[in-house]
Design a protein around this ligand. Structure first.
Ligand code: SF4
Length: 371
């Protein structure tokens, strides 16, 4: 059943933003504009819920009230691929009821899920399986309640420092122009002596966050990959050059900076491609060296589960992702589940090559982990 009228174009258009209306063009063009908006009635009890729904109506987007952000039905699309694409064009505005924050190793102590999903269509994305049949974008409006809860976690763990990861369930920067929630969260953590925030993004709308009073307590990380991986698999995400340009803005604003190189893939010529990426990064960051605190890198090799492979091939039947189990090593995980990673020899040479190349170019960098 298709109860939604399609908008004539998919390209994002300019959106107002309460922190700044003057972002550079290249940032604004990646602003996500949904094609339809669902909201829980309860979300309207919160100023942020009212603001988002009013903004979407102002933009002429169709809106509809639903009983729960966990149950969204009636999206258009016949094939898995179409359903996936339509879900990504759907924004759901809800209240986060479960305020227990799951652990988030190795990136941080806890997850801090301000939102769920992302407008990108990366074929390898971990959300393919974690979100299953619910890849639509969800934003939560009870941010103050979530921050109050984070304060309790921090207090309980004091005098140790407690770290929270915002990007464990999606890309929070991709919807920041609609919510402003990341700005608020960054300023909250800026005032926490024992709390720290981290997130990773492929998006580039950093403008409004440059003014946030972060106090050096938020590490802003960008996800990067080789030109070929980005071209072949990271659909509907900003080009690497724009991500790096956004990273330099963030570093100039004094944020601790980091990069996640992931998923690292092996293909003919992969070594040169990754070295080119690092050279590009070095050139762009040269004007703001030394970075203080030192830049961090997290290195993650490509992996997949049997379930992920099935879902990915349903959604992207033409995918060229290398998911040949015969060429991989099976690594057992929790509850008997496992994933396919590169064989030990390949993983070892990948780790050595990339680690050495990064430290040659960024001698002060901290390589947090390779996994
Ligand atoms: S940008 Fe990140 S969260 Fe979004 S689809 Fe790509 S991998 Fe997934």
């Amino acid at each position: 059943m298709n109860q939604w009228k399609e908008r004539p174009q998919e390209q994002p258009k300019e959106l107002p933003n309460e922190q700044s209306n003057k972002q550079p063009q290249e940032q604004q063009k990646w602003h996500y504009v949904p094609q339809r908006v669902f909201f829980e009635g309860e979300a309207l009890a919160y100023p942020l819920g009212q603001k988002i729904v009013a903004l979407c109506r102002e933009l002429g987007l169709p809106t509809r009230q639903i009983p729960s952000h966990n149950r969204v039905t009636g999206l258009p699309g016949d094939t898995p691929n179409q359903k996936y694409a339509e879900a990504k064009k759907t924004l759901v505005v809800g209240v986060k009821r479960d305020l227990r924050f799951p652990t988030c190793r190795p990136s941080a102590d806890y997850q801090f899920p301000l939102m769920t999903s992302c407008p990108g269509h990366c074929e390898y994305c971990y959300l393919q399986t974690t979100l299953g049949q619910r890849p639509y974008l969800r934003v939560y409006v009870n941010v103050e309640e979530m921050l109050d809860q984070a304060a309790k976690y921090i207090e309980k763990n004091t005098p140790k420092t407690t770290t929270f990861e915002v990007a464990s369930s999606g890309d929070p920067l991709s919807v920041e122009h609609l919510t402003g929630s990341l700005f608020k969260t960054i300023e909250f953590f800026g005032a926490q002596e024992h709390g720290r925030l981290r997130f990773v993004t492929k998006f580039t709308g950093v403008g409004p966050l440059l003014k946030a009073r972060h106090n050096g307590h938020t590490r802003f990380r960008f996800s990067l990959n080789s030109a070929r991986v980005v071209r072949d698999f990271e659909h509907r995400t900003p080009p690497v050059a724009e991500r790096i340009a956004a990273a330099t803005q963030v570093a100039r604003a004094g944020y601790p900076l980091g990069f996640i190189i992931a998923p690292i893939m092996v293909y003919p010529g992969w070594e040169e491609d990754y070295l080119q990426l690092f050279d590009h990064l070095k050139r762009e960051l040269a004007s703001i060296q030394p970075l203080s605190p030192p830049v961090t890198f997290e290195l993650i090799q490509h992996r997949f589960t049997a379930r992920a492979k099935k879902v990915i091939l349903e959604r992207f039947p033409e995918s060229r992702l290398d998911m040949d189990e015969e060429e991989r090593k099976f690594k057992y995980g929790k509850y008997g589940m496992g994933k396919y990673v590169y064989p030990d020899e390949t993983a070892k040479s990948m780790k050595n090559l990339l680690r050495t190349a990064l430290l040659e170019r960024f001698p002060d960098a901290e390589i947090e982990y390779f996994t």
